[in-house]
Design a protein. Structure first.
Length: 345
């Protein structure tokens, strides 16, 4: 069963966040037609422009775009850190925008975790104390929040650093503390706004590995913001690409690479090493009448980079099978070459 067959955890529809004098009143007079001309004529700026998205249980939706595209504003709307101009947002079937301040606080305390680019660690508190802080705010007993914090320290591989202060940690270690603190409340929904962008490339790669490891264990529902397409391709179940406040395309990494919906999305995919993104299942053909398959098959989830040498070295097409061993398609050398090198003759 695909994730789309289940009920979404987050469902937002026609979200607008418009900045400017009397933005809400002016938008109400627009008749639902808000384009760039309308915004310019009224002196308005749409940071989020008519966005509709769904996020499913256990899914990692990566929202990406360049600086000023609206991605950070969108995640703040979804967590109601800022108020939307119009639209609807439902969290697990409940109307987020209709919640009282008390209901919103309870939701954030019990179901939402947030991690931002700024680690925001308390400098006078140790690693253990930083991670335990939100649990203390809940009124949890000391022995319980200490035990929970120690468990989070082990989860993010900071064993032995629990009594260190933030100044004694590297950037990557500080980011792990931020992640552990966010996870300590056991959130069902996790918002992360460019959490690794302040890290150097090597530490960033390590944090991505760590993040993927955590997600394989925890299966959280995640909205992850980044401006780095390589990071998006590596982490995402689906990617939403934003431009001028709009979502240009929302789909799987493979679909975005193979079928960019707009010229803007196509620019993002032009230089993507396709063999690192695409799987055998994404580019397989149906079996042809004259096919005489090679003796060895591949799995539909195999990354093309890992099997390209084998496939391209075969005179015969290669069978693709699913996890149960069922035959689901064929990889033909001419098709693989055409997809990997679309500009070549």
């Amino acid at each position: 069963m695909t994730i789309e067959a289940t009920r979404p955890v987050i469902h937002c529809k026609n979200i607008f966040k418009i900045f400017g004098h009397s933005a809400q009143e002016i938008q109400g007079k627009s008749g639902g037609k808000v384009d760039q001309e309308f915004l310019d004529n009224n002196g308005l700026v749409a940071a989020v422009n008519d966005v509709s998205l769904e996020v499913y249980p256990g899914e990692m939706l990566v929202v990406m775009g360049l600086s000023g595209s609206g991605k950070s504003t969108l995640v703040r709307c979804l967590s109601r850190l800022i108020e939307t101009t119009s639209g609807s947002i439902n969290i697990e079937g409940e109307d987020l925008l209709a919640m009282s301040e008390k209901e919103l606080i309870e939701l954030r305390r019990n179901k939402m975790g947030m991690v931002f680019q700024n680690f925001a660690l308390l400098p006078h508190k140790t690693v253990l104390e930083n991670i335990a802080f939100p649990l203390q705010m809940r009124g949890m007993k000391k022995e319980d929040y200490v035990a929970r914090a120690l468990k989070m320290i082990e989860l993010v591989s900071l064993d032995g650093r629990e009594n260190d202060f933030p100044r004694q940690l590297s950037g990557g270690q500080q980011q792990r503390v931020g992640i552990a603190r966010s996870l300590a409340i056991e959130p069902d929904i996790w918002f992360l706004d460019e959490p690794f962008s302040a890290l150097d490339p090597l530490i960033r790669k390590e944090m991505q590995d760590e993040f993927l490891r955590l997600q394989s264990i925890l299966k959280k529902t995640i909205v992850f913001i980044t401006h780095d397409f390589d990071e998006a391709l590596r982490l995402a179940d689906r990617i939403a690409i934003m431009f001028h406040g709009r979502v240009e395309q929302c789909s799987t990494p493979q679909d975005i690479v193979l079928n960019p919906a707009t010229d803007y999305v196509k620019k993002f995919t032009n230089d993507v090493p396709r063999e690192k993104v695409l799987t055998a299942g994404a580019i397989m053909d149906e079996e042809r009448p004259d096919d005489k398959p090679a003796a060895i098959s591949v799995n539909q989830s195999d990354i093309i980079e890992d099997i390209a040498e084998f496939i391209l070295g075969q005179e015969r097409p290669v069978v693709v099978h699913d996890d149960d061993g069922n035959r689901v398609g064929m990889l033909h050398r001419d098709t693989v070459l055409k997809i990997l090198f679309p500009g070549d003759k």
